[in-house]
Design a protein around this ligand. Structure first.
Ligand code: C5P
Length: 218
């Protein structure tokens, strides 16, 4: 039998990262934050002075990404970039490099390598549509744009980073539009995905929603 996969896709700042990580922890399964890979390509590209529409060079960076996920931190060429890749510049950059087909292609095998026993919880935009179309459980996790901007705002405040609600909401909406409108692997709710709208939910409720549906896939 194939190793089970739970695919959690959804828009920016919907909380899918937190939910996916907690579900993985509760089940003792592996966890893949696919967005971090696009963020890493953007960061590595920007640091190397590569334009974020230079598809060939960015695909080269994606294919050879010198990244490691040791000790719960994210390392790029041996430097801890866990916080750097969360900066707004990297969010915007990630959604730009993610629109390039060669970059997506270069990251496919790396993502599929995460599928290992006893199971995988993977989150992103195209996990259920492209990376693991045969996932046993697909969830489309979303929330209103205002709720998402507010959550991101609180996160940044807690980290002592500067932010304005207005510009966060605008960036989110621009990024969502770019992710949904791109010709390759656009963000969309699949017909076989369960809709999980967390606008009025806390993390615990969202985690329970997913866990309740797991027995069916084991
Ligand atoms: O999920 P996160 O906000 O970290 O992702 C950053 C960007 O990476 C997204 O805006 C999207 O453009 C891209 N992405 C993607 N496919 C994925 C995960 C992320 O295109 N599976």
């Amino acid at each position: 039998r194939p190793v089970p996969v739970i695919a959690i896709d959804g828009p920016s700042a919907s909380g899918k990262g937190t939910v996916a990580a907690r579900v993985a922890e509760a089940l003792g399964w592996h966890y893949l934050d696919s967005g971090s890979l696009y963020r890493l390509v953007a960061l590595a590209g920007m640091r190397a002075g590569v334009a974020l529409d230079d598809e060939a060079r960015l695909a080269g960076i994606a294919a050879a990404l010198p990244v490691s996920f040791e000790g719960g931190r994210i390392w790029l060429e041996g430097k801890d970039v866990t916080e750097d890749i969360r900066a707004e510049a990297c969010s915007v950059g990630a959604s730009k490099v993610a629109a390039l087909p060669a970059v997506r292609e270069a990251l496919l095998d790396r993502q599929r390598d995460y599928r290992a026993a006893p199971g995988l919880v993977a989150e992103g935009r195209d996990i259920g549509s492209v990376v693991f179309p045969d996932a046993q459980l697909k969830v489309f996790l979303t929330a209103s744009a205002e709720a998402r901007a507010e959550r991101r705002y609180k996160q940044l405040m807690e980290k002592g980073m500067a932010a304005s609600m207005e510009s966060l909401l605008r960036d989110l909406q621009e990024r969502d539009a770019r992710d949904a409108a791109r010709p390759v692997a656009p963000l969309k709710q699949l017909p076989d995905a369960e809709l999980l709208d967390t606008t009025q939910m806390d993390v615990k409720q969202a985690v329970s929603f997913v866990l309740e549906r797991v027995p069916a896939v084991e």
